[in-house]
Write a protein that binds this ligand. Structure first.
Ligand SMILES: Cc1cc2nc3c(=O)[nH]c(=O)nc-3n(C[C@H](O)[C@H](O)[C@H](O)COP(=O)(O)OP(=O)(O)OC[C@H]3O[C@@H](n4cnc5c(N)ncnc54)[C@H](O)[C@@H]3O)c2cc1C
Length: 420
């Protein structure tokens, strides 16, 4: 039986597992996390609206439904193309065909130390870390007698006006406007500064003008200061340097401004294209390599409709995975990939969302209900769907949640091998 190793169990990897013929292939899935997760709702973890477990699902529970599929925890350390082997932090797996579906990682555009100094929402762990930072700043701010220091502690800068940045800034704005007055009576909303900076002249760059303008209006309504045409050049000692040379103090910087392909050791430089993505043909086969394919965020398929590759979003990943599975199952690469754009959406707090569907745009409560429905349907696991729905209903009426918990690692020995 042919052995397929899939690196990454995200949208692309998991859809491959579902669609590949398990009578024909033995499938091994490598992922550094032992769960599949749902990135579009990471900002809700960061803003304490949902718990991590609500939007994650263990691979082992998912894979018991399928025969000939195994999960392998580990971070990919090397790909030996000649020997057809993948080495992770824990083991070496041999393959007949390799599918790389490792997604993307934050791109700091060469700025030093930003990975250590800024916060992010690119992974569940990052989102949870960001949530802890926000709660920590609120608690410290509530105790701080010096008004100047209090304002410093409560300064949040979100960098990047794409969907992640807009959604994150909107969630912080809701916290400032609705939660603070109830749960932090020591603080005045004026103590909290939330700013979103975007390098171009438009929020939600990939969406229509109307939706972008609406998102700006919603953010202003949620007391978020939006600065367009503003780039960040450096961040050191808590001072952000902007493109025009001005420096400002920001205690917490949340970076959502760019992504690049997840680095894959062993893939030759000549296979790499723009944005650290792996170049593939219209069948998702890596250009210049035998029996190696790439799908999802990490794959760069340059075509007439998308000369710079498909957008790094869930739909291209899901659709590429389905098309590749069809070709592999049939044993012949006859179906070229064609992306069907089903539209895009973003939510900016309760009752406020924007949606661009083919042919029409929506905003307000209609877009918000559509956004909720689509996200609920997409989350893996019935229990998760129900929990998320109940959480949203509960939050809708009173913004109250028991998730603003600050859990600190204290006494237990930190396991060095966790960082492998
Ligand atoms: C905060 C946020 C919000 C988003 N919102 C939206 C949205 O609203 N709509 C939308 O369409 N898209 C959204 N996206 C983008 C969407 O999540 C991605 O396009 C999609 O997840 C890509 O799927 P993928 O399978 O290529 O990668 P992922 O889903 O990222 O999966 C990659 C998997 O590979 C694993 N992995 C990575 N590197 C290694 C390694 N070296 N070793 C082992 N395992 C590894 C990871 O743990 C992960 O499980 C959002 C992304 C983020 C981060």
């Amino acid at each position: 039986m042919e052995r397929i190793v899939i690196i990454g169990g995200g949208f692309a990897g998991l859809n491959l597992v579902k669609k590949l013929n398990k009578d024909k292939f033995r499938i091994m899935v490598i992922d550094r996390n032992n769960f599949h997760c749902f990135p579009p709702l990471f900002y809700q973890i960061a803003s304490s609206s949902l718990a991590s477990a609500n939007i994650c699902f263990p691979f082992r529970r998912e894979f018991i439904k399928h025969k000939n599929v195994t999960y392998h925890m580990g971070h990919v350390k090397d790909i030996d193309l000649k020997g057809k082997k993948v080495t992770t932090s824990y083991e070496t797996l041999e393959y007949d065909r390799l599918i790389i579906a490792a997604g993307s990682t934050s791109n700091y555009f060469g700025m030093k130390n930003l990975d250590e100094m800024t916060f992010g929402i690119k992974t569940v762990a990052q989102a949870a870390h960001t949530r802890d930072e926000i709660i920590d700043r609120l608690e410290r701010g509530a105790m701080e007698p010096d008004p100047k220091r209090r304002k410093e502690l409560l300064s949040f800068l979100v960098v990047g006006g794409g969907p992640s940045g807009v959604e994150m800034a909107g969630a912080l704005g809701e916290m400032k406007k609705f939660i603070l007055p109830k749960e932090y009576p020591e603080l005045s909303p004026d103590d909290v500064r939330i700013t979103l900076v975007e390098g171009t002249g438009k929020l939600l760059g990939a969406m229509r003008e109307k939706s972008s303008a609406k998102a700006l209006e919603y953010l202003k309504d949620l007391l978020v200061d939006v600065r367009l045409n503003t780039t960040m050049k450096d961040y050191s000692d808590k001072y952000v340097t902007f493109g025009d040379g001005t420096k400002e103090y920001w205690e917490t910087v949340i970076w959502t401004a760019g992504v690049k392909g997840e680095p894959m050791p062993g893939i030759p430089a000549e296979c790499m294209g723009r944005g650290g993505r792996i170049m593939v043909d219209t069948y998702n086969r890596v250009k210049g390599l035998e029996n190696v394919m790439a799908v999802g965020d990490i794959a760069l398929m340059e075509c007439d409709d998308y000369p710079h590759g498909h957008p790094q979003m869930a739909q291209p990943a899901i659709q590429e995975a389905a098309n590749l599975a069809k070709n592999l199952n049939e044993g012949n690469f006859t179906h070229e990939f064609k992306y069907h754009d089903k539209g895009s959406m973003a939510t900016i707090g309760k009752n406020r969302a924007v949606a661009d569907l083919p042919g029409s745009s929506y905003s307000g409560i209609v877009a918000w209900l559509m956004w909720m429905l689509i996200h609920l349907l997409s989350i893996l696991g019935m229990r998760n769907k129900i929990t998320v729905m109940l959480n949203w209903i509960w939050n809708y009426f009173n913004y109250s949640t028991s998730l603003r918990l600050l859990l600190r690692p204290t006494q237990y020995p930190l396991r060095r091998h966790w960082g492998d």
